[in-house]
Design a protein around this ligand. Structure first.
Ligand code: IVH
Length: 670
């Protein structure tokens, strides 16, 4: 009986896999949707009743359901590089010339540059094992749970091989429109474009959401083709197609630059009619041996380029120019536009930077203006169509007082910007708070622009320390409309968690003029603690590579200011970390001061080895589990110690988790 059930599960799996492939990859189904649903339901029921036969790659997994609590990191064995952008024919010819100069006569593969996010997919024995984002190119995030819901990505390949492939995860235009319609009904912010929607969907902890979003893939890169005896990029595309991957039918082998230009022209015309967004054409040297000889720069391969389509321009009306106040008091004029859609995103506003910019463009309120937007580039007002003026346009007038606090604006000598100099200006304070909470700074999820503004206006948060006193307002918060107990709990936890952030996040969050996230990291790595940084003289700071005299002065001035020093003291008292927790310190913290028990067999290292490593990192190891134990590392055949750890609710690291920590410790030592 059991055998028969297993047989039926295998049979259903194979029917559904074939149907999935035909429907999603080939767009050529051979069974009806009703039949598909019927088989799927039967499989779901059998798997529920007989979980022992349910495979991790079953087609039922596509509907999602797996929820993770955080994104683990995955190190790319081969870095995931990006391509250099080129913008015109000239640059394409230069690329071709450069390759010819190296003595080659290349053919090229032209591919569409899909506007999504790149992913790496690992298979072992033909079974999908992991999916990862590109991340910083060398370390990405583990998105396996979401990747498994992408119907065009095979869970099982047509051959039982070990392979890594890379491609673009994207969301179709139609799907985006449907998604946004639903979001509009629920009053949720709309996704600006397909790429943002795809990126937002893949970064979900709950795979049900990713499954609902109907993500898709185009696979275009095989990082180690030589392992499979493949000699050209075009062959590698064919090879991946045979394995069951979805390969873009537009890919074309061309002989020379003329062929490239023809391809570009053709797809520039077809672009609006494609069901997915593309933002250019990728051109790759076809011959892999040639590729290998051409090699890489630190960031890019030398054998490929990305031609970006020119930005699209559309006309709309400039209905008003309004002024906003930034964190530093800087005043920005903003164009308010009659909403227009450019490349799938609605544009209602564009920055006009400063007074001189508006004067130079000779913009008047009421003008018809052309707007340009390219990919993720911020929309830009190109020019006013002066021939369309009616005489009713209103001249631009720079303001003299802050639009929020009315204090008189100042323009620093030699600079183009006007500033509100009032440090207590509510607009500046709100912007400062928004900056403090943003992702690259303290990353307090739940404290976005709108909420900060609300909390500021009702008086819950007037300054940074108030954020960390927000728990005192728990009752009041619950009475606010739109805040449930759960969302308040989550918010307060996020605030508490942010106290543990490494110094660079705090430093960036403090909003010292000119200090971006990169400089904040540089300073944190160099000085390790905020106290050491505070002690540096302007000259010490100037002496650092990448810190110019203006920045050095800004930093020094900031830490000279008593209000700022008081703020830092205050934050320390509230329990905020002010030390740099580089990668080493982060993992060190996981071990240091904790009591470990190692049990069972860890396949890649012996127990003694693990225990001595723990001791090296100031942890201690014992052989029996008690309520004093902090972490139990469990390998294969762990037995009673694991059971006891579970009973006592002690943290457990399995082999995989230990491997990750171990790898990170090794990396730090290298
Ligand atoms: S090839 C080393 N091919 O564009 C090979 N990339 O900067 C690197 N992209 O990060 C990628 N379509 O996200 C390649 N047909 C295509 C692509 C493509 C889109 C994206 C990818 C990459 C970026 C290039």
């Amino acid at each position: 009986m059991k055998n028969e059930i297993n047989q039926r599960i295998i049979e259903l799996t194979s029917i559904l896999e074939k149907a999935n492939y035909e429907y999603y990859v080939l767009a050529n189904p051979s069974i009806t949707d009703q039949e598909f649903d019927k088989y799927m339901r039967e499989l779901e029921e059998l798997e529920k009743e007989y979980p022992e036969f349910a495979s991790s790659t079953s087609p039922t997994k596509r509907v999602g359901g797996e929820v993770i609590d955080k994104f683990n990191k995955i190190k790319h064995r081969i870095p995931m590089l990006s391509l250099p952008d080129v913008f015109n024919e000239e640059e394409i010819k230069e690329f071709d010339e450069r390759i010819k100069k190296s003595g080659f006569h290349p053919e090229y593969v032209c591919e569409l540059k899909i506007d999504g996010l790149s992913g790496s997919f690992h298979y072992e024995d033909g079974v999908l094992l992991t999916g990862a984002t590109r991340g910083d190119g060398s370390i990405g995030e583990d998105i396996t749970h979401n990747v498994k819901t992408i119907r065009t990505l095979p869970l099982k390949l047509k051959e039982k091989i070990d392979i890594e492939v890379r491609g673009e995860i994207y969301l179709g235009k139609e799907i985006l429109a449907q998604l946004n319609q639903k979001r509009a009904e629920k009053n949720l912010p709309l996704f600006q474009n397909c790429r943002n929607a795809a990126a937002g969907s893949i970064r979900q902890l709950d795979s049900k959401i990713a499954a609902e979003r109907k993500l898709d893939t185009w696979i275009y890169h095989l990082p180690n083709p030589i392992d499979y005896g493949i000699k050209t990029q075009y062959e590698s595309l064919e090879f991946m197609q045979k394995l069951g991957f979805k390969i873009n039918p537009a890919n074309r082998l061309v002989k020379d630059v003329t062929g490239i230009l023809e391809f570009i022209e053709e797809y520039q015309e077809k672009r609006p009619y494609l069901p997915y967004d593309i933002d250019g054409v990728v051109i790759k040297v076809n011959d892999l041996e040639m590729q290998e000889k051409l090699g890489f720069t630190s960031k890019h391969p030398k054998w490929a380029i990305a031609y970006k389509f020119p930005a699209l321009e559309v006309l709309t009306k400039l209905t008003d120019i309004i002024f906003t106040v930034g964190r530093t008091g800087r005043i920005t004029p903003n164009a308010i536009l009659e909403p227009v859609i450019v490349m799938g995103s609605t544009i209602k506003r564009a920055t006009l930077h400063n007074e001189d910019y508006v004067i130079e463009k000779n913009l008047k309120i009421g003008d018809i203006v052309s707007i340009r937007k390219a990919g993720d580039v911020i929309p830009e007002v190109v020019e006013a169509k002066k021939e369309r003026r009616t005489g009713n346009e209103i001249n631009f007038q720079m303001i003299t007082n802050c639009p929020i606090c009315d204090s008189i604006l100042e323009k620093k000598k030699g600079q183009v910007d006007h500033y509100c100099m009032n440090p207590k200006c509510p607009a500046r304070q709100i912007e400062g708070l928004i900056h403090f909470c943003e992702r690259k700074a303290m990353n307090i999820e739940g404290l976005g622009e709108k909420i900060i503004e609300d909390f500021f206006n009702v008086g819950f948060i007037k300054n940074i320390p108030d954020i960390y006193h927000l728990d005192q307002h728990r009752k009041d918060l619950q009475e606010l409309e739109g805040y449930g107990k759960k969302s308040i709990d989550n918010l307060l936890t996020a605030i508490e968690e942010s106290k543990k952030n490494s110094l660079e996040k705090l430093l960036f969050g403090l909003g010292i003029e000119g200090i971006g996230d990169k400089t904040a990291l540089l300073l944190s790595k160099k000085f390790k603690t905020i106290d050491t940084l505070i002690m540096q003289s302007e000259n010490d700071l100037k002496a650092i590579k990448d810190i110019g005299p203006i920045l050095a002065k800004n930093i020094h001035d900031f830490f000279e200011n008593v209000d700022n020093l008081e703020l830092i003291d205050n934050l320390k008292e509230l329990g905020l970390n002010t030390k740099y927790l580089g990668p080493e310190e982060k993992y060190h913290e996981l071990i240091s001061g904790k009591r470990f028990v190692v049990t069972g067999t860890i396949s890649f290292m012996g127990r003694d080895e693990i225990e001595s490593l723990i001791e090296n990192y100031q942890g201690s190891a014992s052989s029996s589990v008690s309520s004093k134990t902090d972490v139990v590392i469990v390998g294969d055949k762990a037995g009673s110690k694991e059971t006891k750890a579970k009973e006592l609710g002690i943290e457990i690291w399995n082999e995989e988790q230990w491997q990750k920590i171990y790898n990170s410790l090794q990396e730090d030592n290298n």
